[in-house]
Design a protein around this ligand. Structure first.
Ligand SMILES: [Fe+2]
Length: 251
């Protein structure tokens, strides 16, 4: 009798254990399914984030391209400045990389090089194209262009560093520049690079008042500005880089 009670109890335990095991297996499966759903949701949100970043980049690019269109339209009207900003941008990028600046920042410096004179869009054409010397009043107008350029790009949060370069590209090493009279290393590095590239390109391009200078004469005049209006180390870098380019063209 006692034996049959013991057996039926053991059978009951076994049934309970089996049912417990099945319940826990079912939970495990549910957990696995939930984890799978979570993994899928995570992958999907990751994909959304990537797509969103791509869209944001495309938008940034489109905005900069339209500003560039404006700057090009301004330049195209004047045969003496046509292509100037693109050359300044290319040289500024090489100088930035040559200074050990990271590629993403070098890109911003190059974009600022493309747009550095965007503010001239607000300067009357009679002043921009005047062949003779500007009057004091006209100079006041002309000196507004870095501020106007920086104001135009100010709403573009992703281009904040570029806006700083537009604002300061006419500062001078000795503090005699505008708009803020910054001196030496207080002038942002990107603005110092664009200033050197801008000056080098102006010296080696035709102007209404003189033909383009030979490379030797341009280098001589640029080096005269070392430590006066422009950063000496950046002038040396510019001379070295453009010398390599001149040598490559000669081959
Ligand atoms: Fe300028």
């Amino acid at each position: 009798m006692a034996g049959s009670v013991g057996l039926s109890q053991a059978l009951s335990y076994a049934r309970d254990l089996k049912s417990l095991y099945e319940t826990s297996r079912a939970r495990e499966r549910e957990l696995e399914q939930t984890q799978e759903r979570l993994r899928n949701a995570y992958q999907q949100s990751l994909q959304y984030a990537i797509d969103l970043r791509k869209t944001y980049r495309r938008l940034q690019h489109a905005i900069l391209q339209s500003l560039l269109g404006l700057a090009n339209a301004l330049e195209a009207k004047d045969p003496y400045t046509r292509g100037h900003s693109e050359r300044v941008a290319a040289l500024a990028r090489r100088m930035a990389l040559g200074s050990g600046i990271a590629a993403t920042t070098a890109d911003i410096i190059a974009q600022a090089g493309l747009l550095h004179d965007l503010g001239k869009i607000a300067i009357p054409e009679g002043v921009l194209r005047k062949a003779g010397p500007l009057s004091a009043e006209e100079w006041v107008m002309m000196r507004q262009h870095p501020l106007i350029g920086a104001q135009i790009v100010a709403p573009l949060e992703f281009f904040a560093e570029g806006a700083v370069i537009l604002r300061h590209h006419h500062e001078r090493h000795d503090g005699s520049g505008y708009p803020d009279g910054l001196r030496g290393e207080l002038i942002p590095l990107g603005a110092r690079i664009v200033a050197v590239a801008d000056t080098y390109d102006a010296l080696t391009s035709d102007r209404p008042y003189r033909a383009r200078l030979s490379r030797a004469e341009a280098v001589r005049r640029l080096e005269q500005q070392a430590g006066r209006t422009l950063d000496a180390a950046l002038i040396a870098l510019c001379v070295r880089l453009t010398d390599d380019a001149a040598a490559e063209r000669a081959v």
